[in-house]
Design a protein around this ligand. Structure first.
Ligand code: PRX
Length: 643
């Protein structure tokens, strides 16, 4: 095991002695014994216009945190700092994929957030209105998020890799009237025509009344009179100060869509007070942030990691950070290491997929760079295999930097299980996220809700409410109850498999449901299937995950064809393209198989265990264990028809 603070002094990972975690254990104990008192103390680290009347109203499954309290997230992230010496501190070192750079101090960030907020107000955006952001990784994205938060508008960021249809689905669900996009965004040297995609979405999405366009790539775009507006024109008229709105702690800060087990993504709602308090504290515990740290989280702001770990948590601490616009291998595979070296990054947070990609290209690339500024490394989004952990530790961290493997979800709002060097060094085990954070009461249970024994795999649940937890599923309270709270009444069901070892360490083992993790991104198999069956030649479709050595899961799609459709390699490619165009490149199937019959039970349920086995190239397993024996022939036929 490795001591997080003095990682380099300790042998890896053979030592089994658990260090007495005095401080961590004491804080954790206090936090679960008297959560209200604990979270009230944490909440006092933020600035409030009005203190809460009650820390928690828990009316399962709804938790309302800091009820009666008033605050503003944009105030926490900018105003607070410009009142101190931090006004001249760098907030964002931004680097475009094409090498362009911008540096924003806290005072310039404050100035821009105010002007952007003024633009929104002048367009008639008011408290509670939803605003959709479909932007590349440029400073305007966090600025617009904070501008929304400033006036109490609810942002919904849509990852810029999503298609027009996916964009429309999300905008339509929130009924956002304003969409903010850019003329284009850079990705691997190419320009992604975001405005053009937003136009396509607007054609099918009646709620869209205004599209604000940020200038980024300089591509010519068509502007529709009365609907489309250039940001520079709007900024020319903007005020330089907009008073931050004192908002109820329970006021929604944002809606962020994530895939679930049905075709329709869920709009996860996070409220201002609980989310900010939880993230502010968790960030300090996990990343041990210092005034002089240079922090870089490589996620896209379009995902929850970007929301919490690029925008709200680091900025609420007045941290200095790097934001990079483009691809990790552009123009070549050491781009990130060049950035670490150039900006002197001290805290680096990325995904296992990225690490495995670098591993594949060999340690020669990072070794060309001076990475000695690094002090702490982080991992998020999917389980990190011990080999990747060791490689990261050795070649990126120089056997000197602890690794915080952080387990959390869009729904949890912030990190839930992770080492906490900001509290106390925890001996590390490669591949384990170690222990739940203070305030988090996690357990691993069997399908009946009984805690499993040491070393046994079970389902991960959280037994208490925590401030960062989702407030609801947007417009669908029933789905909120059903997805998270009905399986184990009173407890939050994560959908993840986990086990605890003899030292009590948590090991996260992947999803227990039909959600795939492709390069750390969540894609529901049902979403892929819905996209596939919208192809004119496809009658039925079933998607399954297949282990992928780099990106975690790959998608294998099984389809039955409509009468008259001819099986051909071109049709396979066309179906692939269709799924990609319908959802976005992250959902591109790795393989498409034509199949005579999908293996189903007599009640019509697709037998996913069998499909998974076929996708992984294994035998469908012992068919005698299948409950519905009548389906065995179907399975055999299905298996035979693709072999
Ligand atoms: O399966 C877990 C996996 O990612 C899921 C959450 O995905 P999403 O909402 O997109 O948020 C990702 C970034 C916070 C979880 O249910 N996951 C996330 N972090 C880890 C992980 N699996 C193992 N180890 C992790 N550190």
């Amino acid at each position: 095991m490795v001591d997080v603070k003095r990682a380099g002094e300790h042998a890896l990972p053979t030592e089994t002695r658990i260090w007495p975690l005095k401080r961590f254990t004491e804080i954790h104990k206090r936090s679960v014994e008297d959560p209200e008192r604990f979270w009230a103390e944490e909440a006092r680290k933020l600035d409030w216009y009005k203190t809460w009347d009650r820390v928690l109203e828990w009316d399962p499954p709804y938790a309302r945190w800091f009820v009666g309290g008033k605050l503003n997230a944009s105030y926490q992230c900018v105003d607070r700092h410009v009142k101190t010496w931090r006004r001249s501190k760098v907030a964002i070192y931004w680097e475009g994929e094409n090498g362009e750079t911008r540096v924003l101090s806290y005072s310039t960030l404050f100035y821009e957030v105010n002007r952007f907020a003024s633009v929104l107000l002048r367009l008639g955006v008011r408290q509670g209105d939803r605003v959709a952001l479909y932007l590349p990784m440029i400073p305007e994205l966090p600025i617009f998020m904070l501008a929304c938060a400033r006036i109490g508008a609810v942002h919904t960021v849509i990852f810029s890799g999503f298609s027009a249809k996916a964009l429309c689905d999300r905008v339509d669900d929130t009924q956002a009237r304003v969409v903010i996009t850019a003329d284009g965004g850079y990705r691997r040297g190419k320009v992604i025509p975001l405005k053009h995609i937003a136009d396509e979405a607007a054609d099918i999405c009646p709620s869209i009344e205004k599209i604000i366009v940020v200038k980024r790539s300089g591509e010519p775009v068509s502007m529709k009179e009365g609907r489309d507006l250039w940001l520079p024109d709007l900024l020319a008229e903007a005020e330089s100060y907009v008073k931050p709105e004192p908002l109820e702690a329970t006021h929604p800060l944002y809606v962020l869509y994530t895939s679930g087990t049905t075709g329709k993504p869920k709009g996860i709602v996070h409220n201002t007070g609980g989310y900010m308090v939880f993230n502010h504290s968790a960030y300090e515990w996990v990343f041990d942030i210092k005034e002089e740290s240079i922090y870089w989280c490589t996620a896209d702001v379009g995902w929850v990691t970007g929301h919490s770990q690029i925008v709200y948590a680091p900025l609420s601490h007045g941290a200095a950070m790097v934001i990079y616009e483009g691809a990790l291998d552009y123009p070549q595979i050491d781009r990130w290491w060049e950035i670490v070296e150039r900006y002197g990054v001290s805290i680096f947070y990325t995904s296992p997929t990225a690490i495995r990609m670098f591993m594949r290209h060999g340690e020669g690339w990072p070794l060309r760079h001076d990475l000695s500024s690094l002090e702490l490394l982080g991992s998020v989004g999917e389980p990190i295999n011990p080999e990747a952990w060791m490689w990261y530790y050795k070649y990126i961290g120089g056997e000197r930097c602890p690794i915080v493997d952080t387990w959390w979800q869009t729904e949890t709002g912030g990190v839930m299980i992770s080492p906490t060097p900001g509290i106390e060094p925890i001996p590390l085990k490669p591949g384990s996220a170690t222990f739940p954070l203070p305030g988090v009461d996690a357990a691993i249970v069997d399908t009946d809700g009984r805690e499993v024994r040491t070393g046994e795999t079970g389902l991960l649940i959280i037994r208490n409410p925590w401030p960062g937890m989702l407030a609801d599923v947007y417009g669908d309270p029933q789905r909120y109850r059903e997805s998270y709270w009905s399986r184990f009444p009173g407890a939050y069901y994560t959908g993840d498999l986990a086990l605890r070892d003899q030292d009590g360490y948590f090991w996260l083992l992947g999803r227990a449901d039909e959600v795939l993790k492709i390069a750390g991104h969540r894609i529901g198999t049902a979403e892929v299937e819905d996209a596939a069956v919208s192809h004119p030649a496809v009658s039925e479709a079933a998607a399954a995950g297949r282990p992928d050595p780099v990106k975690g899961d790959g998608i294998v799609l099984f389809v039955t064809l409509r009468e008259g459709a001819q099986r051909s390699p071109e049709l396979k490619r066309d179906i692939c393209r269709h799924v990609r165009d319908t959802i976005g490149p992250i959902a591109t199937p790795d393989e498409v198989h034509f199949i005579d019959l999908l293996p189903k039970t007599r009640s019509g349920k697709i037998m996913r265990r069998v499909l998974k086995a076929i996708a992984a190239g294994q035998s469908p397993g012992d068919l005698t264990t299948i409950e519905d024996e009548a389906s065995i022939d179907e399975v055999k036929r299905a298996f035979a028809s693709i072999r």
